[in-house]
Design a protein around this ligand. Structure first.
Ligand SMILES: O=C(O)CCC(=O)C(=O)O
Ligand SMILES: [Fe+2]
Length: 348
């Protein structure tokens, strides 16, 4: 194993599911998890659903401004709904994209008796587009099932029992439909970031390109589209749960210049109520049981992550802070005191 990577590896889900090829493919998965934090997952069986969903996106985004504004995220304390171009911030710069955010349906209604961060889970706002709700629900259900199987395979690839991470799963995963319009060369589609609260992200990109990941030498590596694949990456939630031995990787999207780019990221949820103490205890346990090189163990000691910051009481609060900073208009409307507090804090 070398120190860093110059391309994103491909892992074949069908081979992971076949007893004859499973061990060979698990070894590839393990290397991708440790070395890159990103991989292409091919042959997932979701190709048709992904294709149909991409087909719907141009029309969905072509709805009138009024129709889109009717489900604006500003209406939602759960940060669900439509975000127009220029209303989102990453790495202190405005992103050039518009998007719809959805969550796993069925969230329990928040009341004053619940912890404040529980309000992150709430009802969807669907655009007035035929079949939108059905499409979103099918996409979320299907991808959630794949994600669950995938996390078990990751555990096995780390020589852990398959159910090791089952107890860390959260209630509401998030799905986004994203549109990046053409822009001047080298514009920020979305700025450098790590995905936040969840376990893994499963991203379907169209054939435009523009996604890049940062390697340990500080080079941006292209993640060119592979038809039908999902680009899977580690989120900061999973990084924290594994004590940093499975690290989240920084990535960004360079805005397209001559055509519109569409993408569909799905963020698998982690438990919001996990406290820092519980997290440290379980992470220490996991780190101890995963056979890794000394170098990887060293990384495990010191993880710079919002989700390991003593500033936040639990995962839920760290995630809420992340949403408030990314969507400041929504944050100011629903959480004015928290907005004032979090926007002052500098994360180390
Ligand atoms: O659109 C993409 O390809 C990636 C988007 C992304 O990284 C994100 O929304 O977290
Ligand atoms: Fe991301």
């Amino acid at each position: 194993m070398t120190g860093t990577f110059s391309s994103v590896p491909i892992v074949d889900f069908a081979r992971l599911s076949d007893p004859v090829t499973k061990d060979e493919e698990l070894a590839k998965l393990r290397e991708a998890i440790f070395l890159v934090g990103f991989l292409y997952l091919t042959n997932t069986g979701l190709e048709t659903l992904i294709h149909h969903t991409h087909e719907a996106l141009p029309e969905l985004f072509a709805l009138s401004a009024e129709a889109k504004e009717a489900c604006n995220m500003i209406n939602s304390p759960s940060f669900l709904g439509y975000t127009r171009l220029g209303a989102e911030t990453t790495a202190a710069q405005t992103d050039l994209r518009e998007q719809f955010d959805f969550g796993t349906p069925g969230a329990k209604e928040w009341t004053e008796q619940d912890p404040f961060w529980r309000r992150l889970e709430g009802p969807n706002q669907y655009p007035d587009y035929p079949g939108a709700q059905q499409l979103v629900e099918e996409y979320i259900t299907t991808t959630d099932a794949l994600a669950q199987t995938f996390v078990r395979l990751v555990a096995e690839s780390l020589s852990l029992p398959a159910n090791t991470f089952d107890g860390f799963r959260g209630n509401m995963s998030r799905l986004k439909f994203v549109k990046y319009p053409p822009a001047a060369q080298n514009s920020q589609g979305v700025g450098p970031h790590k995905d936040s609260a969840g376990l893994f992200t499963f991203l379907s990109q169209d054939n435009t390109g523009g996604l890049q990941v940062l390697n340990k030498n500080g080079q941006w590596i292209d993640v060119p589209p592979i038809e039908g694949s999902l680009v899977v990456n580690i989120q900061q939630g999973f990084e924290a749960i594994t004590g940093g031995i499975c690290a989240a990787t920084t990535h960004r999207v360079i805005a397209p210049t001559s055509k519109t780019r569409y993408s569909i990221p799905f963020f698998q949820a982690a438990r919001l109520d996990l406290t820092l103490d519980q997290l440290k205890e379980s992470a220490a346990h996991i780190v101890q049981r995963v056979p890794t090189s000394d170098d990887q163990k060293k990384r495990a000691v010191d993880v710079p992550s919002e989700f390991l910051s003593p500033l936040y009481s639990c995962f839920g609060e760290a995630h809420l802070r992340n949403r408030i900073i990314s969507h400041p208009d929504v944050g100011r409307r629903w959480y004015p005191e928290l907005y004032a507090k979090y926007s002052q804090q500098i994360l180390k």
